[in-house]
Design a protein around this ligand. Structure first.
Ligand code: SF4
Length: 402
């Protein structure tokens, strides 16, 4: 669909970034890194939600010691986030982390940058140059007359030059800003200036839904231009939400295979026979982060639902106090309305284990189709094509005001 920009490849533990590797999802723990059990719990939840790489702050000696205990038990490669104190980068490497993130805006002394890069080179560890609009080097801010795309790119290239001096090459770069057009411009500029893999993100995007919208606007725009090798949603929310959002974006763009349920649901309308929002939310909670790579539909009415969601692997549509289950558009079963979610979970498990053909083969499709037809006909009879009774309302309105 779109050509991806050719980049160098680096590795964080066993996870490749750049060089044609699948685009990865990142997030960051919000626990104190010294809290080993709490941090590991969050890392496991992130892994279940589709996260590939996790970052933990390393801001104090206790955090570095925590990392030494976390790294051997972590299911994901760990990047230590370093600000201000270059010695924390050295301590994190000693703790066994798989990579570092340095902020060039607040670790500025060349001898410190080169000491970290030399150590990372010797240990074979990658470093992300993480430029952040909010903490740009003041000298560059002044030189460019404020926060500009060129200033952020120059900050990254300056850091790269220090890395080059000590022969360090395993680098990836981010130039994040909270302003979406600025962030997009900076990444485009950076993509022209280097073949290093790029880590995309809109920094300080805020809480959902605005944070999700801003992040998606920036990240998706660049991904569709072939720019970007790894992504992070920076939300003011549980980091699991960040991982889910990142994963869902990549799946929606066809850049990663589906891992969890892709729950689709109709927006509901006057025809809806159930509270679609409630049923969809309960289904979402029931599937949560289970590894069921199916598209599952919740549709408000059997009149239009099965047709509108015929591409889904599995779906259910309400009608006449019953739930009509369909697999790849074929009616397969009818269940009481209050068992719709349980039925979806049971059929999803069956399809996951045995495939859609086996699910259709085990069903009495002729009977299920007859039942669906009957409920569809009854609804059309009862309500007609105009579910909102608009014509009747208009007559009433006219009578009221005449
Ligand atoms: S499936 Fe039925 S309830 Fe849902 S939006 Fe379509 S017509 Fe309305």
């Amino acid at each position: 669909m779109f050509e991806r920009r050719a980049t160098r490849q680096i590795h964080l533990g066993t996870v490749a970034v750049g060089g044609g590797a699948p685009i990865t999802v990142q997030s960051m723990t919000t626990t104190k890194t010294a809290d080993v059990e709490g941090t590991l719990q969050q890392i496991y939840a992130l892994a279940a939600a589709g996260c590939d790489i996790v970052r933990c702050t390393c801001n104090e000696p206790e955090a570095a010691e925590g990392l030494a205990r976390i790294v051997p038990r972590s299911p994901l490669p760990i990047v230590a986030d370093i600000h201000h104190q270059y010695k924390m980068a050295l301590a994190a490497m000693e703790a066994g982390v798989h990579g570092l993130r340095l902020n060039p805006g607040n670790i500025r002394r060349p001898e410190h940058i080169k000491a970290v890069a030399s150590e990372a080179r010797d240990r074979g560890l990658p470093i992300r140059i993480g430029v952040n609009g909010g903490s740009l080097d003041p000298a560059l801010y002044d030189k460019h007359g404020g926060l500009t795309a060129a200033a952020m790119v120059e900050s990254a290239m300056q850091e790269m030059a220090y890395f080059d001096e000590v022969g360090f090459e395993a680098v990836k770069i981010s130039v994040k800003a909270s302003n979406v057009p600025l962030m997009v411009e900076a990444y485009r500029m950076l993509a022209d200036a280097t073949d290093a893999p790029l880590h995309l993100g809109v920094t300080e995007a805020g809480p959902p839904p605005a944070g999700l919208v801003k992040s998606t606007a920036g990240i998706a725009t660049l991904l569709l231009e072939g720019i970007g090798d790894t992504i992070r949603y920076s939300l003011t929310a549980d980091p699991v939400e960040e991982a889910r959002a990142g994963r869902q974006l990549l799946e929606a763009l066809g850049l990663r295979e589906r891992k969890n349920v892709d729950l689709i649901a109709c927006p509901s309308c006057g025809r809806a026979e159930i509270d679609v929002i409630d049923v969809a939310n309960r289904a979402q909670a029931a599937f949560a982060d289970r590894e069921i790579p199916l598209q599952i539909a919740v549709m408000g009415c059997v009149v239009n639902g099965p047709g509108e969601a015929r591409e889904a692997d599995l779906g259910i549509a309400a009608g006449n106090k019953r739930g009509h289950l369909f697999v790849k558009g074929r009616n397969v079963a009818v269940v009481p309305e209050d068992e719709m979610v349980e039925a979806l979970v049971e059929w999803a498990d069956f399809i996951c284990e045995n495939g859609t053909d086996a699910a259709i083969a085990r069903a009495d499709t002729a009977r299920a189709e007859r039942e669906a037809q009957r409920d569809r006909a009854k609804l059309l009879d009862d309500r007609g094509d105009d579910a909102n009774n608009s014509e009747q309302r208009i007559v009433e309105i006219r009578r009221t005001i005449s």
